[in-house]
Every structure is written in C-alpha cells, then in structure tokens.
Write a protein that binds this ligand. Structure first.
Ligand code: P6P
Length: 336
C-alpha cells in the first residue's frame, strides 16, 4: 500500500499530539532545523566549487582541525534556531562551552536546549564523501526565566524529547524521532520541501554488515578483536561484509536500512573512545532504540549513561539488536 507522499510539515501537524509539549513547539523546532539543513546542504553540495573547501586552520576543543564548512554549519544551525523563540541554549562540537541564548533574545524564557554535531564526518568533505548533521533536543531542567546552565545539557539520553540527523548524501535526508518511531524525509531540492520517503524505519534484528576501522585493530580491546574475528569466520551466516565510510551518519543510515553494526570502541589511542556522548551517541542511540535496534558502550545502554562533561567521549556499539548483543557477549568475557 503506497504511503501518502506527504511533506514534513503535514506529517508534523498530523502527529503534533505525539510531541508531549505541543503548542506547535515541535513544528517550530523541526522547521528551523530543516531550514538550516537546506542552507548547509546548499553549501555542502558546492563545496568543491568555492574556496570554502579545506581546513580553516582553526582547531576545535577536540583538537581536530576545523573544516570551514564545520564552522559555517555551526553558525547556520545556531543562528537559525536562535531566531525561533524556543531554544534557551546550545552545545556543539564546534563550541568549547555551551552557548546561552541571551535575555535580549528572549532565551531565558525558552524551554529547549539543542545539542549538535553540525557537520559530522567533515574530514570527508574534501573527497566528496557523505557527511551529516546530528541533533539532540531536551527540555531544560533549570527554571524558566533564568539563563540556561550546564545541568540542562548533562541530562541522560533517556530524557531526550527529539533527536535526528540530516545526511548530505546522494540525496539529502532528514531522519528523526520524538519517541514515537523513526521517520525519514527526503529533500526535493527543486521545491525545497522534505517528503516522507521512509516511514516507520526499523533496524532488521540481524544484519551482515559490520562497520569498524580495522586499521586500529591492534589497539582494540580483546573483546572487540574477538568479535571482529567472529564476523570474519566462515560459519553459519558469516563471514559478514565490512563497510566503513568514515562518516557515522552514513554508516548508521545504511545499517538501519540493510541491517548491521557500527562500532567505535576504546583503544590504546583513544582510551575513552572517539565519539561524543551528548551530541553523537545519545541522539543516534535514541533513534536506534526507537527503530528496534540497540546502542551501548559495550556493557550498558548509552541512554542510561549519566553525563559528566559536555564533550565527554564513550565507546559506541550501535545497530541490529542481535549483532550488538553478540558484540556485548565478547566484551563481557573480558570485563574487569
Ligand atoms: P576514524 C568522523 O570524524 C567521526 O566522528 C565519525 O563520523 C566516523 O565514523 C569516525 O569519526 C571516523 O573515525 O578514526 O575511523 O577515522
């Protein structure tokens, strides 16, 4: 039965009652995110044509060279969201500290905080590989009428009210959840509208793709090494196929559609892992659980981790539930 080819706006209105804090707030939030995504998409798509390409030379708090498009995307999302009278603060991979929306901008009276990785996988820009924006939305826990504080951002992933990503790939797609399943919308660049193209997305319980940077194999924990060897053995439904794009959003998106697991573990080079809990792992974990998948740090659910720092890193295992559970079995064998 072909689904109605409805726009994102129509979809939000039809499902407004699902967003606990109605008053049209979800619509305004999602509309500003999708507007910012259209602007970023336009720049990403022409990155090879203007001198915006290439590193800005600046380095962010992660010690990573900031690509000019990173900074551009960060500015576009923060400025677009600020103007919608709904966000009181931001945290971003590209901002050393959280950003308070000032009282002049009405920020103290707004109820939502937004955490973003404005352009994940940006090192791929120069080689024309897909990149993405990841966002996570919470209601503030500090009193309305006051400036937002760190505690508003250090909430468990379970408290998210919405999360999603935009993947700037062969087509531009928005995939998001408000806790009632996961839906994917494809941008029609000619019309500038997003259309419901992937309703009710679900991770297959099992898959045959594993996504991990095997170049770091010798630095991995033994449990991850054993799981990789398990994936490569000629038995039952194996060996699996290795697919690793180097862009979390793209690997996650493919694995959600086809089935698979993505792993970024700790290593001797990255003792806490590489991915950030607040604006990469938590939003992707919310999506994964809403799509009948699973997301853990190898032992416990990502969404149950009590955050302690804005840019803290965690090991990340996410994807088809049976694959994540198998990887956790290997990790638990060696748990001190
Ligand atoms: P590595 C991009 O920088 C990112 O955060 C993810 O999108 C991606 O999966 C990972 O890091 C790639 O890291 O160390 O394998 O190059």
């Amino acid at each position: 039965m072909p689904f109605k080819n409805i726009t994102l706006g129509e979809f939000i209105i039809e499902n407004q009652e699902q967003f606990k804090f109605a008053e049209g707030e979800l619509s305004r939030l999602m509309n500003s995110i999708t507007l910012a995504a259209k602007v970023v998409n336009h720049e990403v798509n022409k990155a090879g044509l203007v001198d915006i390409l290439g590193a800005s030379g600046d380095v962010n708090i992660q010690g990573e060279t900031q690509q000019k498009l990173d900074i551009f995307a960060n500015t576009v999302f923060i400025n677009t969201l600020k103007r919608r009278d709904i966000v009181c603060g931001f945290a971003s991979e590209e901002e050393d500290d959280f950003v308070i929306v000032s009282d002049n901008d009405g920020g103290f009276d707004h109820k939502y905080v937004v955490l973003i990785d404005p352009l994940d996988g940006s090192s791929n820009i120069d080689v024309n590989v897909s990149v993405g924006t990841i966002f996570s939305i919470y209601r503030r826990v500090s009193p309305v009428g006051t400036p937002v504080i760190l505690k508003d951002f250090l909430q468990k992933g379970r408290n998210q009210v919405a999360a999603g990503y935009i993947v700037y790939g062969t087509s531009t797609m928005l995939v998001y959840t408000t806790g009632h399943g996961v839906n994917g919308f494809t941008l029609n660049p000619a019309l500038g509208s997003y259309y419901l193209s992937h309703p009710n997305m679900k991770f297959p319980e099992m898959g045959s793709v594993y996504s991990v940077n095997e170049g770091n194999y010798v630095h991995f924990p033994q449990g991850v090494k054993d799981y990789i060897k398990y994936c490569q053995r000629e038995e039952e439904d194996r060996p699996y196929t290795l697919r690793y794009i180097g862009s979390l959003v793209s690997d996650f998106h493919r694995n959600m559609i086809k089935g698979g697991i993505y792993i970024y573990p700790t290593s001797t080079k990255a003792p806490k892992g590489k991915l950030r809990l607040l604006y990469e792992c938590n939003p992707m974990a919310f999506l994964a659980e809403q799509a009948n998948g699973k997301a853990s740090d190898g032992y416990q659910a990502i969404l149950d981790i009590e955050p302690t720092e804005l840019h803290q890193r965690v090991p990340f295992f996410v994807g088809s539930i049976k694959m994540v559970e198998k990887a956790e079995e290997f990790m638990t064998l060696y748990k001190e």
